[in-house]
Write a protein that binds this ligand. Sequence first.
Ligand code: UD1
Ligand code: CA
Length: 479
Amino acid sequence: MAEAPYGTFAAVVLAAGRGTRFRSKHVRSKVLFPIAGVPMLEHILQTLHGMTPQQIILVVNEDVQAEISEHYGNIYETVVQEAQLGTGDALATAMPAVSDEVDNVLVLPGDVPLVTESALRDVLYASSSGDAALLTFTPPELRGYGRIKTEEGFVTGIVEEVDADAVELKIKEVNSGIYAIKRQWVDTALDRARTEFGTDNRKGEYYLTDIVNFLRTRAVFYEPAQDLMGINDRAQLDDAENAIQQRLLVKHARSGVTFVRGNTSYIEFNVRIGRDTTILPGTVLRGETVIGEDCEIGPMAYIEKSRLGDGCKVFCSRLVEVKAEEGVTIGPYANLRPGSYLEETVKIGNFVELKKSTIGAGSKISHLSYIGDAKVGNDTNIGAGTITCNYDGFTKHRTIIGDGVFIGSNNTLVAPIEIGDGAYTAAGSTLTKDVPADALGVGRSRQDNKEGYAAKLRGKKSKKPESGDETGETQGEGK
Ligand code: UD1
Ligand code: CA
């Protein structure tokens, strides 16, 4: 592999903090909170991957180590920081794991998910003209950031907000927490910061910021400020979500997707959308969803972990773990649950619920039905109000419906049951037995008309009631 022009580097991501400002009841690292459906940390890791670091080392606390390795397996090296003694201590904990071979150590806080590859390249390049480099910026809201003091482009000090005096608080250039430090100088700088500064500050922590006193550190001022935003609470988490959504929208739009009022939709990080597809307002696309080309999705579609072929339409419907082939139309108001597989040009209409069912090519379920644990063949029509009774209170049973079948309206199919190819079933049937191919299944009582009975009943009812007794006499006339 060709060596990057900024030399080799190991990335150390500091993610052991307790994230107390997230005010969560659960033991959970804030870096695992999702943005666009994937952990905050994942955004940083994806950006790093684009740059081929020699190593990626995650500094974590004991409580979240399990959660992190559950999420990522062991693709990343993790180092446990036993006690959260500060960012300086966090980097010191990681250093024994960092190879001596790399040119630079790139240090990133786990809570800067918007950082871009271009910002990281800038800081790595800049470290070659000193011992280290630091990304600085001017955020719209200075609160919470360390203030930067510089002289001729080099950092002469960083003052944490809680330690700053009135003059320092007015400084508008702040610390992003992202440093590139030459490998050979990291350990001594950390040692000196520990012995000479210790925890003598308002937070009583080992500040990583103190290392700049022992390194010639270039200040690399970066814009746009948004890219370096630190996420310390859930209001900032929402800001980051908005920023990432905007980026994803631009990415999809530039690759040929049309959005109508795109900022009303929410699209997760791993979603893929084909060219010439239109996303209408209020659409939510989640998980590893793949949408084909020339589709029309929305308004108000909720699609999670699903795959749709080309030319599909989904209007006001919910799909979870659904697979649909080309030209399928869904909705309005369909609820397609996991395991629904729709072959080419299937039509699912309003108020239809599907679960663990395969619907063959060209078949239609247009209105008001529940189809669960079923296999429906090709070119079959399921009438309005058809219910598969798949559950007897103990186990689930299958319904098999063949090709070219016509299921009449308001049928109750008591599973297990099989309806053969080309069969018809009468409207209003409750079917408990198989219907052979090409047969007509009728499962309802025969209609019986009593001639003249209605007129007779009317005559009887319209007679004057006995005085003082009017109770119940008009009941049932349906006025
Ligand atoms: C830190 C910087 C501040 C900078 C800001 C940028 C210090 C002392 N302050 O402040 O100058 O402007 O980031 O966003 O460095 N962490 C550990 N172990 C610890 C403490 C923290 O791993 O013992 C991790 C956290 O999980 C977090 C990162 O380090 O990802 C930064 O910690 P945080 O508490 O968010 O620092 P800030 O107060 O934001
Ligand atoms: Ca922070």
